[in-house]
Design a protein around this ligand. Structure first.
Ligand code: LLP
Length: 423
């Protein structure tokens, strides 16, 4: 049950664009992103970082649409990537390799090779086995890879368990004790220059205390390394800044407050700072437009069945995430309470339970807010539902930045089992 109702306002427009007209033009479900909202976040972060040697590497996984990456490239941002696919997207969008960092626990040798070929800035290394793989692949190319060790500071990020990454029990990073050994033996690495630290403790973090605690642990380790004569050229503080999903309940972390924590914890550090925000830059700059297909009066509850489903936006079913859902129309109607669901054949295909909003009719346009991050980038074609279209809005105009997937595109690559072979 969603709890007492604070009624968020209807949303007829976004970035100067009439959402009813947009949905009529492009159909639903449709993701719409505000270029100005993204630029605003970038500016806020860059202003907070003023005077620091800092590079913002946008976490591509949050929203990897080409047009979004081009906005980041234009603003001078780099990229935090986790696969060869994200590497290609970032490069294709014009993000220079020198501003790309590569994170993730399962980089393959092919991916390491592709990243070296492109000349990325550095690898955020998550295990000894990976460090050895990078040494091997770089050696075969006669290249030198730059690397940071991802330390796991064993801090509770106070967020959803599925997006918490900085506890010792999580698969990410290595303990400070292990990282210490890596540095002690760094002289044996011929093709890896290990001279950076990386930390990322989780996502949708609204409380600055876990950030402060993690950064203080990293700072103590950096000072210890310098004392021992090791170089620390960069500290990557990861991403994780939280945003507002629920009007009247939460508030996005202010860039100035967050950067204040970094300035305080890493005071005296004279190398390069790297930041990897994803969600904070794009989440509130996106909405998912969807129409009410029908209203079903069940025995116990009333269901609002939408034309968007869990395949388009997984966050509610995966993390029980809250997204405000408001009408595009400002028409006044009595209030009603619904379970808001999609057409997919699973009970988990639920966007909200017991949600109060203005009574709906079939055909009404609804706006699912805060869906610019981890929406389209996590979509699937489950139930053979083609991927939704995406549009970028900019001061009253729109551009289609991903056309709605056709059935042909969805099934491309599949074929009948005809050409049988033995491996
Ligand atoms: N850096 C690393 C190493 C990461 O693993 C992540 C996110 C980020 C940066 C960006 O974090 P952000 O600033 O966006 O919080 N699908 C989930 C979120 C998963 C985050 C995974 N890693 C969700 O929808 O809530």
């Amino acid at each position: 049950q969603d709890g007492p109702a604070f009624l968020p306002a209807p949303q007829p427009r976004f970035d100067g664009v009439d959402l009813q007209a947009l949905a009529a033009r492009l159909g639903t479900p449709l993701y719409a992103y505000s270029a100005n909202a993204i630029r605003q976040r970038i500016r806020e972060l860059q202003q907070a970082l003023h005077g620091l040697d800092a590079t913002v590497c946008y976490a591509v996984k949050a929203n990897s649409n080409r047009a979004i990456l081009e906005l980041m490239a234009t603003a001078g941002l780099g990229a935090d990537i986790v696969s060869a696919g994200e590497l290609r997207r970032a490069l294709d969008a014009g993000i220079p390799a020198a501003r790309i960092v590569f994170s993730g626990v399962g980089k393959t040798e092919q991916e390491i090779d592709a990243a070296l070929d492109a000349g990325i800035a550095r690898f955020n290394v998550e295990s000894l086995d990976e460090l050895r793989a990078i040494e091997r692949v770089a050696g075969a190319r006669g290249a030198t890879a730059r690397a940071a060790v991802r330390v796991n500071p064993d801090v509770d990020a106070l967020t959803h368990a599925k997006i918490s990454t900085g506890r010792a029990e999580n698969k990410f990073g290595v303990s400070i004790a292990e990282a210490r050994d890596w540095f002690a033996e760094r002289g044996q690495l011929r093709h890896v220059r290990l001279d950076g630290l990386h930390v990322h403790i989780g996502s949708q973090i609204l409380d600055l205390k876990p950030f402060r605690l993690a950064l203080h642990r990293v700072a103590a380790f950096w000072r210890e390394l310098v004392q021992a004569g090791h170089p620390v050229a960069s500290i990557d503080v990861g991403g994780g800044l939280g945003v507002r999903y629920r009007a009247g309940h939460d508030q996005a972390v202010a860039a100035a407050d967050y950067v204040g924590v970094i300035r305080e914890a890493l005071a005296g550090f004279d190398g390069r700072l790297l930041l990897e925000p994803g969600r904070w830059l794009v989440a509130e700059a996106g909405v998912l437009l969807t129409r009410v297909l029908r209203i079903k009066h069940g025995g116990e509850r009333d269901f609002l069945v939408l034309d968007a489903a869990m395949n388009d936006l997984q966050r509610p079913s995966l993390y029980d995430a809250w997204h405000d859902i408001v009408p595009a129309s400002t028409q006044t109607r009595p209030l009603a309470t619904y379970d808001i669901v999609g057409p997919v054949c699973e009970t988990g295909d639920t966007f909200a339970r017991g949600r109060t909003l203005r009574a709906c009719e079939p055909g009404d346009l609804l706006v699912i807010q805060g869906t610019g991050a981890y929406g389209a980038s996590m979509a699937s074609t489950y139930n053979s539902r083609p991927l939704a279209a995406e549009a970028l809005l900019d001061g009253g105009r729109y551009a289609l930045v991903r056309r709605r997937q056709s059935h042909q595109e969805m099934v491309a690559g599949e074929q009948s089992a005809q050409d049988w072979e033995t491996p």
